[in-house]
Structures are given as structure tokens and as C-alpha cells.
Design a protein around this ligand. Structure first.
Ligand code: ADP
Ligand code: ZN
Ligand code: ZN
Length: 741
């Protein structure tokens, strides 16, 4: 390769442009993608640091004089270098633009002004201080100065706010004193810490034998010599088996070595209690980021990490890019969660990027879950990962709940038309009488979800998306994709019939029905609608935890990770709702949700019950979840994946083509399909078809799947399709790839 495309000075945020340099023969053997280099830059040929992001034989601007790379930077790889290399790898892996990848790994590119905290100190020149003080004492309008100087003589180094308040002076007094030289201003950067209480240094619990074994084996692996590759570890531990305690022990181990740790959690707002445990154990060393932080807050947290003030970063998938100088451990809790997959470009999976980042930093990667993803478990039993199991609840008096699977078809046959089966109804009455708490889980929000016409049968659609609108109390219809919202129409927009009605079941409706069935009961509801405010989740959870309600009704949000000792009944109202989806992961998602939900009851010392209401009581994912039997589920599901040739048995890539013009999108996806059929006749295709939501925000969406046992081939297909689109289609057609692990 003769030329290197170099990105210069990423800190300035100029990620968009590459500059091309000639590679001198002397450096040819040292250059790679991601290598940091010095280049002559600008008119003055200023020696500037940059990164090689592409190597090529093609000259961008033929004919003009091209500058040469000056030097390859050989020093130890800085954390920025690692992150740039990660971005380059992500571009190759996920096929987005380098610009998008760099912005992803450096989420806080624009420098946000950090909050400066001002302090004042007396000048070391004591005679000067005395002189100013004497003068001020003589003048009646300088008493403020006197008070400030005397206060600093009592206690030097006080903050601005403290002085202003305690001495009742204005800022001009401090400025005036600074001008005399008697005091001086010192600024320290103060980092904004999100409003969580500071740690008080909780003592670690005594690990049980299973936990101890896992910690010992993983730390032994971590401490192996650097040249030995570190396999990622998967901890399969039932809910409440003490995985979090194991993570904390591992973190303590790397901190003791002066290294740092990243802990990924699916959504901080939903795992508040867990995060608080980290604060209690590690205090100020912990930093957190979450999706609701302001840009400034996020920047500060990353800065705390870079400067070594914080050593444990907890957050969602973007926390993976924390610029720790010597990362020793990455933990991904609830590794099966879909939140780890980015839905915007680059569409990366945090699990996969974590493997790469850990490899670069020579850090250990630990995945944990009660219901591991098919991908991870498959890797664990085939030896790519190490597998560790925690099979018992950690706290001695905690017992697994009794599970009842109720066939809702039989309820209907027996004349019960209520949303509560007989079993659930009886148990609810019992718990209310005993003043114990109940969770009711429904995997859907809104009142009656879909509204349709009883005359013509048409559901009321969003005009911008190919989905039905959902109804909410207050009688508005809303689109969950684009936010379009209208008042409930009085007649059918399609045929004019006045007979329109909702069907289905939403959380709001459940709440209403509960209050009707159990008069006087206190309820709380938790779903996307009730948690949209900044502290929404925490508010509801702590009110429920404090016993302000008897029943908490909610969507998936309520099944994740909370520990309410007084909850002894979990009602899953419609277990198969997530089973009937066209996605090949439908059974896996159902099993995960049900198993987690079942794990919520009986966390404390009181025995619990779980009622699973379903129309498919014999489905293996429901059966296995009821028995909390991961192995049985994995076995059955693997048979299905094998039969259908789905991941993790096969590699699979989705190709999504979108355009505001439907004919263009259609033509492009057909061209892609032919390219694959001609160039790779052995590859199996599914489609092309319209995407499940065939139009979103007025953009048409066409979908094609291609499968291969070899990732490399799929990547090659991706590159050829990218090239085809570059040649044939303008900006009017967008191309999105989604490559399964
Ligand atoms: P998981 O992360 O696997 O769901 P946790 O670490 O949250 O499990 O532990 C569940 C509960 O058991 C917590 O209340 C925790 O404090 C407690 N616990 C964990 N390990 C121990 C132990 N070794 N001894 C006593 N209690 C423990
Ligand atoms: Zn819409
Ligand atoms: Zn109609």
C-alpha cells in the first residue's frame, strides 16, 4: 500500500475529513490501520498527531504533490489509540462510516465547560496581608474586606460560596482583595456527580463456597502472564445466586492492582438498587453514566475516569468506551439483554465490542446472566468462553417461589372471562389480606392497544408508519414509532362507521380492572408512559418499596432486578404475548422474561408464588421457565435453531434498504438479492420482503436476510453490496447491515 488516509486531531471534533499522505518506504513495514502517526499539517506543515484509518493504493487527488508521513509513534499505546483502533474495527465489522464509529467510541467529543469551583487563599506574603488589613480597618466602607481576611486567617483556603455566605460580602469584595495581592484565587475542577448518595464503605459479604470458587478461578485467570490470551468467562447463575457480589470481588481484585473496571448494566434507571450497592462498596471511585445525563455530566464522568479519579464505571453499552488508562476488567451483567445491541449506526453489540476492547487492553471479560443468550451459552459449552455456574440462592433463607401454570383456554371454557384466572384471583385475595405485596406483569402498554373498526375491520393506522395506533386513557391515539398523536376519532376513517372499539389489554386497563375487582386496593403503574420524567422509575420503585401501594402493575420494567422482600406474588397475565412474533428469537425472549419474572417473587424470607397465565401451556419456553430450567430450554431451542439454520448455528446478516421512494428501495433490494444469487449461489437467502414495519416516518423499508456458516463470507457480501450501492444509488437510498454475532 502506498498511501495512508489519516485523521488528524480528533480532540477538535473534526472527525469528518481524512487527509492522504504518502507512505515512505522506511515506514512501510510499521503502518497499520489505527497506528498513531505524526504528519506535517496545514500550510505551515505543523507536526501534528493523527491516526491512520485506511491504507490504499488509490490516490485521492491525482497529480498534486502529496506530503509524506513523518513518523510512526512507537510509544506505548495510549487509551485514545485503543479507542480509535476499536472504531476502525467497528467500521469493518458493522459497516457504518468511520465518522459514526469514532463518534461512538468518543461519545463526548465537544469539550463542555466543566464547573469550576473557586477557592481563596491568603498570600504567603504576611506583611502584605497585614498592610491591606490595617488599611481596610481604617475605612468604614471596607469592613467586608476585613471580615474576609480575618476569616481566612482563621481558616485558610475557603471556597467562594462559603466566603460569600458566611461573611455576607459580594463578589466584588473578593475581586478587590485579589487585586491588592493579599489573597489569591485557586480553581479546582469540580466534577458533577449525579444525584446519588456517596458511599459509606459497606463491608463485603462472606462469599459462599460456590461464589468463592468462581472468584478464585477467575482471578487466577486474570493474573496469568500478559502473553497468555484471556478467554471471556460466562457466569450462569440463577436469580439471587449472588452474581453481583462476585463481580464486586473481581473488581476489588483489579483495583488492588491499580487497574480499572467497567460494569455494563442494561438500564441504570431499572437497576438503581444494584448500582447503589457498588457505591456503598467502592464509594467515590465509582462513576456512572446513563442515557438521561446531560452532555456536560457525561463529559465529567469520562474525565474522572481519564484522570484516574474514578476507577469503576457503571453504565449502559456506551460505558464500554470509558477512557480508562489501564482497564483490567469488563463485566456485562444480564448479558442476554437486547439493550446491549445498538439500534443506530454502527449497529454494534456491546458483548462483541467488549471482547475486542478487552483483548486490546489485556483485560478480563466477565458475562453474567440467569438466562444466558443462546450465543454466549453456545460459546461457553463449545469452549470459546469459560463457563461457571451458581446454582443456589445466596442468602440462606431465600427460597425459590412455587410456580403455577394456568391454561387460560380452560378458564374461558369454565366461564371465567376475567383477566384473572381463578388461581391468581385467590392468591391475590390472600396476599392482600396478609398485607404482602403483588407484582402484575403485562408485556404491553397503553389502555386498549389497537383500535379498529367493527364494521370494516380496519385498525386505525399511523399515516406515516405502517403500524396501528395505540390508544391511551384520555382517548388519544398514538404512534409508538414516530409519536404521531390524534384524539380518538368518532367514526372509522376508512368506512365512516361509528362503531369503533379497542381490543386487547394494556397496563392502564389492567390497573382499572384491578381497582374495580379489589375495591380500596392501592396500585402503582410502571411503564413507558409513567416513567418519562427524569426520576420516574426511581420514584415509582421507591414508593412501592416503601409500601405505598399493594400492587405494582407494569411492563417488562418491573421484572428486572428489583429486590422487594415483601413481594410474595407475581402474576404474569399473558405469558405468550411475546411468543407470537415473527422474530426467530421470540422463544428465547419469552423464556428470559418469564424466568426473570418468576425470580422476582419470594426474594426475601417469605415464600412466594408465581402465576403464569398462558394460552400455550405446553410450549417449552413456558414449561422450562416455570421450572427455572435453563438447560432444558437451551436444548429445545438449539434443536429449533439447528432445524431452521438460525444463529448461533449459522451466521446471519440482515440487509435493510430504506428510501422515501418505494420503487427505489424495491429496485435496490432486488439488485442486492441478484448480486448474492449470482456471486454466492451457495448462500441461503430469506426474502427480499417488506420489513416488519414496512414504512416508518414516511420512509419505506425493504429487508433481505442472507445466511452463511462463515462470517468472513458475509463480510465479503457486505462489502460488495456497499460498492454496488455506491455505484448505482445516490443518497436517496440508505443501506443498513445487521450482522448477527
Ligand atoms: P444476583 O446478582 O445473582 O441476582 P445478588 O448478588 O444480587 O445476586 O444477591 C442476591 C441477594 O443475596 C442480595 O441481597 C445479596 O446481598 C445477598 N447475597 C449475595 N451473596 C451473599 C452471601 N455470600 N451471603 C449472604 N448474602 C448474600
Ligand atoms: Zn408513526
Ligand atoms: Zn371501518
Amino acid at each position: 500500500m502506498r498511501y495512508a488516509n489519516v485523521i488528524v486531531d480528533i480532540s477538535a471534533g473534526q472527525l469528518d475529513r481524512c487527509f492522504q499522505y504518502r507512505i515512505p518506504p522506511s515506514l512501510a513495514s510499521q503502518v497499520q490501520i489505527g497506528t498513531p502517526v505524526y504528519v506535517p499539517f496545514g500550510r505551515g506543515n505543523r507536526r501534528t498527531r493523527g491516526y491512520i484509518v485506511e491504507l490504499t493504493d488509490r490516490q485521492d487527488y491525482a497529480g498534486c504533490e502529496m506530503k509524506e508521513l513523518s513518523e510512526v509513534i512507537q510509544t506505548e499505546v495510549a487509551v485514545e489509540d485503543q479507542l480509535v483502533q476499536l472504531a476502525v474495527w467497528m467500521k469493518q465489522r458493522y459497516g457504518s462510516t468511520l465518522n459514526q464509529c469514532l463518534k461512538t467510541v468518543m461519545p463526548v467529543k465537544e469539550k463542555v465547560r466543566t464547573v469550576q469551583k473557586r477557592f481563596y487563599e491568603l498570600s504567603p506574603d504576611q506583611s502584605l496581608v497585614e498592610q491591606v488589613l490595617t488599611q481596610a480597618r481604617k475605612r468604614s466602607n471596607s469592613q467586608g474586606r476585613v471580615r474576609v481576611l480575618e476569616a481566612l486567617q482563621m481558616q485558610d483556603h475557603q471556597s467562594e460560596e462559603q466566603l460569600l455566605q458566611s461573611q455576607q460580602v459580594g463578589k466584588s469584595v473578593l475581586k478587590g482583595l485579589v487585586a491588592t495581592g493579599a489573597i489569591r484565587e485557586v480553581c479546582t475542577q469540580s466534577f458533577r456527580t449525579p444525584s446519588v448518595l456517596q458511599g459509606e464503605g459497606a463491608k463485603p459479604v462472606r462469599l459462599n463456597d460456590q461464589q468463592k470458587l468462581v472468584v478464585e478461578e477467575i482471578t487466577a485467570r486474570m493474573d496469568r502472564p500478559v502473553d497468555q490470551p484471556k478467554k471471556p468467562c460466562l457466569i450462569h447463575g440463577i436469580t439471587g445466586s449472588g452474581k453481583t457480589e462476585v463481580y464486586m470481588e473481581l473488581i476489588a481484585h483489579v483495583l488492588a492492582q491499580g487497574r480499572q473496571a467497567i460494569v455494563l448494566i442494561p438500564e441504570i434507571a431499572l437497576t438503581y438498587q444494584t448500582v447503589m450497592r457498588f457505591y456503598r462498596r467502592f464509594g467515590d471511585q465509582v462513576a456512572t453514566i446513563h442515557s438521561r445525563l446531560s452532555a456536560g455530566e457525561r463529559f465529567d464522568q469520562f474525565e474522572r475516569a481519564r484522570q484516574g479519579v474514578a476507577s469503576v464505571m457503571i453504565g449502559p453499552r456506551s460505558a464500554l468506551f470509558t477512557p480508562f488508562p489501564d482497564l483490567g476488567l469488563i463485566v456485562i451483567d444480564e448479558e442476554h439483554e437486547s439493550a446491549y445491541k445498538s439500534e443506530t449506526m454502527p449497529r454494534y453489540h456491546a458483548r462483541e465490542v467488549a471482547v475486542k476492547r478487552a483483548e486490546m487492553a489485556q483485560a478480563m471479560l466477565v458475562l453474567g446472566s440467569a438466562t444466558p443468550s443462546m450465543e454466549s451459552y453456545h460459546r461457553a459449552i463449545s469452549g470459546t468462553y469459560e463457563l461457571y455456574c451458581l446454582t443456589r440462592r445466596a442468602s440462606k433463607d431465600s427460597i425459590l417461589a412455587t410456580t403455577h401454570v394456568v391454561d387460560m383456554r380452560k378458564e374461558l371454557e369454565a366461564g371465567n372471562r376475567s383477566i384473572f384466572s381463578g388461581t391468581l384471583q385467590t392468591l391475590m385475595e390472600d396476599r392482600l389480606a396478609r398485607k404482602e405485596q403483588i407484582l402484575l406483569f403485562l408485556n404491553r402498554r397503553g389502555y386498549n392497544s389497537v383500535v379498529s373498526c367493527r364494521s370494516c375491520g380496519e385498525p386505525i393506522q399511523c399515516p406515516h408508519c405502517d403500524v396501528a395506533l395505540t390508544a391511551h386513557i384520555g382517548w388519544r391515539l398514538t404512534c409508538h414509532y414516530c409519536g404521531y398523536s390524534i384524539p380518538m376519532p368518532k367514526s372509522c376513517p376508512a368506512c365512516g362507521s361509528p362503531y369503533i372499539s379497542g381490543f386487547g389489554l394494556g397496563t392502564e386497563k389492567v390497573q382499572m380492572l384491578v381497582e374495580k375487582q379489589f375495591p380500596g386496593v392501592r396500585t402503582l403503574r410502571m411503564d413507558m408512559d409513567t416513567t418519562s420524567r427524569k426520576e420516574g422509575h426511581q420514584d415509582i420503585l421507591s414508593r412501592f418499596g416503601a409500601g405505598e401501594a399493594d400492587i405494582l402493575i407494569g411492563t417488562q420494567m418491573i421484572v428486572k432486578g428489583h429486590d422487594f422482600p415483601n413481594v410474595t406474588l407475581m402474576g404474569i397475565l399473558a405469558a405468550d404475548m411475546s411468543l407470537h412474533s415473527s422474530n426467530y428469537m421470540a422463544s428465547e425472549r419469552t423464556f428470559q422474561l418469564l424466568t426473570q419474572a418468576a425470580g422476582r417473587a419470594g426474594r426475601g424470607s417469605k415464600a412466594g408464588d408465581v402465576v403464569i397465565q398462558t394460552y400455550s401451556p405446553d410450549h417449552y419456553s413456558i414449561q422450562a421457565a416455570a421450572r427455572q430450567d435453563y438447560g432444558a430450554f437451551y436444548g429445545e431451542e438449539m434443536k429449533f435453531r439447528q432445524l431452521m439454520q438460525y444463529p448461533p448455528v449459522m451466521g446471519m446478516m440482515a440487509i435493510l434498504v430504506t428510501s422515501a421512494e418505494e420503487t427505489l428501495a424495491e429496485a435496490a433490494i432486488q439488485a442486492d438479492a441478484s448480486l448474492i444469487a449470482e456471486g454466492y449461489p451457495m448462500l441461503q437467502q430469506i426474502g427480499p420482503t417488506a420489513a416488519p414495519v414496512s414504512r416508518m416516518k414516511d420512509i419505506y423499508r425493504k429487508l433481505l436476510y442472507v445466511k452463511s456458516p462463515e462470517h468472513e463470507i458475509l463480510l465479503e457480501v457486505k462489502q460488495r453490496i456497499e460498492r454496488l450501492h455506491q455505484e448505482l444509488y445516490s443518497e436517496k437510498v440508505q443501506l443498513i447491515f445487521d450482522l448477527c454475532e
